[in-house]
Ligand binder design. Structure first.
Ligand SMILES: [Zn+2]
Length: 648
């Protein structure tokens, strides 16, 4: 937590998943994350890594003048190819330099290492903006598909297009930085300066405290930070739309959606279709949790209405695993304790990483290079400050792979290592692609891969590697599945609604006078949660979520949650697994490994539908794999829910 980018996750990782250490989700803005030299796990909660700085870079003002400059002579396809080759070469060099500096900054935090990393980052961002602008000169040319795709990715790489008017451009840049700064500095000071609590402290209350008064106070205190952003946000929407229109998009939301290799409106419909597939399971989970939370808090929770957001263990009610102890079934003991097993076997940090590497080797991947072992950071140093959040890096985008985490001998870190190495093996698999294509097939894929691998850490796998003597009976699985569902299933409607709201804001369907009202309407519609008490349009609750305040698109997290189960089911089928899906592990199966590798090595070179087809045999995302995976839990939930209201 010691970095000073201001982007570190403000919550400490309470559950292990998806906040910092594990953070299963890449915040990486694909496209120009070309320049990303690592694929860290930041996430839905917060972001902190260098790649994210790229996202925040603004697509600069001179677009129109660039167009005009090119207008006196029509460029040729050959010039376009040369241009993109040149861009790739230069951006690669800058990315590697910035990556090295960033590595040092994260593993040896000093004022100097931070200053140097910031400078090289800025240089890399500036070059990207410059190339992206100049790429518009080739608009309308008939090009070969590879060049056309590279140019498109280059131009879509930044999430905000500033208007061509220099004053407006400057204003948007200032507003965007200001809102993020307001969020980063946000504190709740109930009784004067000495009482101030930051997001980390407030999140800890939400996660651990069970006194509804204190929970509500922490929730309300944090959400008040949004108020100061409202006016700026209105202006940000106007200016961002103006910039997006100048690039040929209907609005900023349409620009974000256009990254997904399908018409923006069709993409939006796809997401609704996926949600409908998984919604029955969510309804069952919601009803069960509401019932149990009502047993704890009484009439604060209505028997058949939405659940108060502040009672679910998380500031945004986006994952509910912190309240697992409140809702755990009787006999929730899974029959083994991975942390205890690791300790019994006297596992050290190197063996922890070896287990992970061995998982991939068993699938047919080559072992990690010697430099991985020499250059990674595996342990928290005693004598200096480092950023301990787990992340996976590919410094030279070729073979200089590294892991950075401070390993504890726990089951959680065992999972984290498998997850992070998923990123590393993905990075290496696409390293023969041209630089711009060295990335995941869309921004949901990278994190989905890490999570897919983690889903294969089953009791049967632990038996095969000699950590566990005998896999427990599947009747023991409900507790584990419920815990996982409180994380992954509870998240889905939240992951979906954040950008549903923003897309409507950018399109004008939601006017400023309805910002807060519509925010909670969507929470109610998708999640079945409600704010404590009445909110008004003096409030601006969306601003209390990092990704809104900081202009970071969010749909990738929803996609990653859907895709990981689809990948897992497809690979389990390839491996011939006949058991329940949540007990399938692809460990040791070369057929599954080869199917996985075929997809990984494509990188971003083709539309994501092509990549999906390689791994899953279909060009459509499919959320039914989630229902399959959680089938025993869904059955159990429906039994528990007999006689109690479902829905809201
Ligand atoms: Zn990750």
């Amino acid at each position: 937590m010691a970095g000073t980018t201001g982007l570190e996750p403000a919550t400490s990782d309470v559950t292990g998943r998806r906040s910092n250490q594990l953070n299963y989700v890449p915040a990486s803005p694909r496209g120009i994350s070309l320049m990303l030299t690592r694929l860290p796990c930041a996430g839905k909660n917060h972001l902190w890594y260098r790649g994210e700085m790229k996202t925040r870079a603004l697509f600069g003002a001179a677009i129109l003048s660039a167009l005009l400059a090119g207008a006196d002579r029509k460029p040729t396809p050959e010039e376009a190819r040369k241009f993109i080759d040149d861009a790739e070469q230069k951006l690669l060099v800058l990315a590697v330099d910035a990556g090295r500096a960033d590595w040092i900054k994260s593993t040896y935090i000093t004022d100097d290492s931070e200053a140097i990393a910031a400078k090289l980052d800025e240089r890399s961002i500036a070059a990207t903006v410059d190339f992206a602008k100049r790429a518009t000169r080739f608009d309308g040319l008939t090009l070969d598909p590879v060049t056309a795709r590279k140019l498109k990715l280059l131009k879509l790489s930044l999430p905000l297009a500033t208007p061509s008017d220099p004053k407006e451009s400057e204003e948007l840049t200032r507003i965007a930085a200001g809102m993020e700064g307001t969020y980063g500095k946000g504190k709740y000071c109930p009784t004067g300066p000495a009482s101030c609590k930051d997001l980390e402290a407030l999140s800890k209350i939400l996660a651990e405290n069970r006194d509804p008064k204190q929970l509500r106070d922490a929730w309300t205190g944090w959400h008040a930070i949004g108020r100061g952003m409202r006016k700026d946000f209105v202006r940000y929407v106007e200016l961002a739309n103006k910039g997006a229109k100048q690039l040929g998009f209907e609005d900023n939301g349409a620009m974000w959606r256009s990254k997904y290799d399908m018409p923006p409106d069709r993409f939006a419909r796809e997401l609704d279709r996926l949600w409908e597939q998984v919604r029955p399971l969510y309804l069952s989970l919601h009803a069960y949790v509401r019932h149990r939370v009502r047993e704890k808090y009484g009439d604060l929770v209505g028997a058949n209405g939405p659940i108060p957001a502040y009672l679910l263990g998380n500031m945004w009610a986006q994952e509910w695993d912190n309240i697992y102890p409140l809702v755990a079934p009787p006999n929730a003991d899974p029959g083994y304790d991975l942390t205890a097993l690791l300790k019994q076997h006297k596992t050290d940090w190197k063996q922890m990483v070896k287990y992970g590497e061995n998982f991939f080797v068993s699938l047919g991947f080559s072992p990690l290079p010697q430099t991985f072992w020499e250059r990674s950071l595996f342990l928290k140093p005693r004598d200096r400050e480092v950023v301990c959040h787990a992340s996976a890096w590919d410094i030279d985008t070729l073979n200089d792979l590294r892991l950075k985490l401070c390993i504890d001998i726990t089951g959680e870190d065992f999972l984290t290592i498998h997850h992070e190495l998923g990123h590393n093996f993905y990075q290496r698999a696409y390293n023969r692609q041209p630089f711009i294509f060295r990335d995941s097939a869309n921004d949901g894929f990278h994190e989905a891969i890490g999570d897919t691998i983690a889903l294969s850490v089953t009791p049967e796998y632990l038996v095969k590697i000699g950590l566990l003597d005998k896999a427990p009976d599947t009747s023991k699985d409900i507790g584990l599945l419920l815990h996982r569902a409180l994380d992954k299933i509870a998240f889905l409607p939240f992951g979906l609604m954040i950008d549903q709201w923003r897309w409507k804001v950018f399109s004008g369907e939601i006017p400023p006078a309805r910002y807060d009202e519509s925010w909670w309407e969507l929470h109610r519609k998708y999640q079945g949660v409600a704010p404590p008490g009445r909110r008004s349009e003096a409030d601006f609750d969306p601003g209390a979520k990092y990704h809104v305040a900081a202009n970071v698109p969010y749909m990738r997290y929803f996609l990653a949650d859907i895709l990981q189960f689809q990948f897992h089911r497809a690979l389990a089928q390839a491996a011939g697994c006949k058991g329940p899906l949540h007990r399938c592990s692809i460990f040791g199966n070369k057929a599954a490994g080869s199917r996985l590798n075929t997809m990984l090595e494509m990188g971003l070179s083709r539309p994501w539908q092509d990549a999906l087809e390689k791994i899953a045999g279909t060009r459509e995302m499919d959320a039914t794999a989630i229902r399959d995976y959680f089938a025993p839990l869904e059955k159990w939930l429906n039994e528990q829910n007999k006689g109690i209201p479902v829905g809201w």
